[in-house]
Design a protein around this ligand. Structure first.
Ligand code: SF4
Length: 394
C-alpha cells in the first residue's frame, strides 16, 4: 500500500484568480489562502454563549465567524461580541434590512444577504451604501430552497415550469440568473466588494453551479453544501462537492455545515484544506493502515488511542500506525514516527530507522514517547520535519 503525503501542495496555477476583499484583517480571494468559516448556533443575543462558542471555533482553526441577527436584540449584542471575538464577525441577515444597517453600525466585518429575502430595491440600496461607507464586503448567497420567486405568482409559475423541463440544468441556470440580477444592482451602485454563493443540498448542483459562477464572475466564491445533515452523512455530501471544486482551484472561502456542534464543521474544513495542500498543518497527521487478514493486534483500538494521545502534541509530525511487522520497518519512509505492530510486539521507527521493539501492551506509550521527544526537538529548532511524501509498502 502506498500513501502519498496529503499536504503535497496543489500547483499554484490551479487557483482561480479573483478580486480580493477584506473581512477585517482577513484577505479573501485573489491570492489569499482559502478562508475557513463557520456559523455560531447560539442565540446571538446571548453574548456569553456566543463569545464562548466563537472562541472554541477560533481555537479549532476558524478564520472568520458568522452570527445570525434575526432580531434587534441580536444586533444590539454585536458590539459586545465584536469586542471579545478573536476573529472577524459576519452578520447573517435575512428578511429585515434594518438588521443589516444596525450590524454595519455595530462594526461587523462583513454582511451576508439573501437578496431573495429583501425585495425592496430601495432598502437593498440603503444596505449597499452603508456597507460601502463602512468599507465592508457583502456576501450575496442564493439557496436552492429559496431561489424560485415566491410573491409574483406568474413569475413563480414560469420558473417552476422551467425547472420541470430539466431540473438540474434549469436549477443552475436559475441560480445564475438570480445572482446576475443581484450583481447588476450592486454594480449600478459601484459596489464591488462582493462575495458570491449559491448553495444546494445536492453536491452535483453545487459543483456545476460553482463551475458556472467561476466562468462568469471574478468575485471571490464562498463554497458550501447547505442542509448537509448530521456529520455522518453530511461529511460525504459536503466533501464530495467542496473537494472537487477546491481541487479545480474554485473557492475562496468554505463553510461545511452540519446539524451538529459547529466545531465539527471547522475540524473537517481544516482537514479538507490540509489534505488538498491549501493550509499548512500545525498538528500531527495520523496515517494508519486499514487492516486486513494479516492483522495480529487490535489495531483499531491502538489507532484510536494514538489519535487521542497525539492531541497533546502541537507539531505537524507524520505518525504512521501499521499492522504489519513482517515486511520490515524500513518501509515507513517519510513518516516521522511509525510503529509496525504484529505477533505481540511493535517495532517503533523514528525517521525510517527502527529504534525499539516493544510488547504490544507498551506500543502506545513507546510511540508517544518518541513522538513527543521528536516534537520537542523540532520546537527547539534542532531538526526540521521531513516535507516529502510518506511511502509505506508492507
Ligand atoms: Fe497493510 Fe499489513 Fe495493515 Fe494488512 S495489516 S492493511 S498488509 S499494513
Amino acid at each position: 500500500m502506498t500513501t502519498a503525503h496529503p499536504s503535497t501542495p496543489l500547483p499554484e496555477r490551479t487557483r482561480r484568480p479573483t478580486r480580493q476583499v477584506h473581512v477585517g484583517p482577513v484577505a479573501l480571494g485573489g491570492n489569499a489562502p482559502v478562508v475557513l468559516q463557520s456559523m455560531t448556533s447560539t442565540p446571538t443575543h446571548d453574548v456569553d454563549a456566543t463569545v464562548g462558542q466563537i472562541h472554541r471555533l477560533a481555537t479549532a482553526g476558524c478564520d472568520v465567524v458568522r452570527v445570525a441577527v434575526p432580531e434587534s436584540r441580536d444586533t444590539a449584542a454585536l458590539p459586545a461580541i465584536l469586542r471579545q471575538s478573536p476573529i472577524p464577525v459576519i452578520a447573517d441577515v435575512h428578511f429585515h434590512y434594518k438588521r443589516a444597517l444596525e450590524a454595519v453600525d455595530a462594526g461587523v466585518h462583513k454582511i451576508r444577504l439573501n437578496p431573495g429575502n429583501i425585495r425592496d430595491l430601495a432598502q437593498l440600496v440603503e444596505v449597499i451604501r452603508a456597507c460601502r461607507s463602512a468599507g465592508i464586503p457583502i456576501r450575496v448567497g442564493v439557496n436552492e430552497g429559496s431561489v424560485v420567486e415566491r410573491r409574483n405568482k406568474a413569475v413563480r409559475s414560469a420558473e417552476k415550469q422551467r425547472l420541470a423541463t430539466d431540473p438540474h440544468r434549469q436549477m443552475i441556470a436559475l441560480m445564475l440568473d438570480k445572482l446576475q440580477e443581484t450583481v447588476r444592482i450592486f454594480e449600478a451602485e459601484g459596489f464591488d466588494a462582493l462575495v458570491l454563493a449559491a448553495k444546494s443540498p445536492d453536491p452535483r448542483v453545487v459543483i456545476d453551479v460553482y463551475r458556472a459562477m467561476a466562468a462568469r464572475f471574478d468575485f471571490p466564491l464562498h463554497l458550501g453544501v447547505t442542509h448537509a445533515g448530521p456529520p455522518e452523512t453530511g461529511r460525504i455530501r459536503s466533501i464530495a462537492a467542496l473537494a472537487t471544486l477546491l481541487a479545480e482551484g474554485i473557492g475562496d472561502t468554505i463553510r461545511i455545515s452540519y446539524a451538529a456542534d459547529p466545531v465539527e464543521e471547522v475540524r473537517d474544513g481544516k482537514e479538507l484544506l490540509c489534505c488538498l495542500g491549501l493550509r499548512a498543518r500545525t498538528e500531527p497527521e495520523l496515517i494508519a493502515c486499514p487492516t486486513c487478514g494479516r492483522i495480529e493486534v487490535d489495531l483499531l483500538k491502538l489507532v484510536a488511542e494514538v489519535r487521542a494521545k497525539l492531541a497533546t502534541i502541537h507539531v505537524p509530525l507524520k505518525v504512521a500506525v501499521m499492522g504489519c511487522v513482517v515486511n520490515g520497518p524500513g518501509e515507513a519512509e517519510g513518516a516521522d514516527v511509525a510503529v509496525f505492530a504484529g505477533r505481540g510486539r511493535g517495532v517503533i521507527c523514528v525517521r525510517g530507522e527502527p529504534v525499539r521493539t516493544v510488547a504490544e501492551a507498551d506500543i502506545l506509550d513507546a510511540l508517544y514517547e518518541q513522538a513527543a521527544a521528536l516534537a520537542e526537538r523540532v520546537q527547539r529548532g534542532e531538526i526540521e520535519l521531513t516535507a516529502g511524501p510518506v511511502h509505506i509498502t508492507p
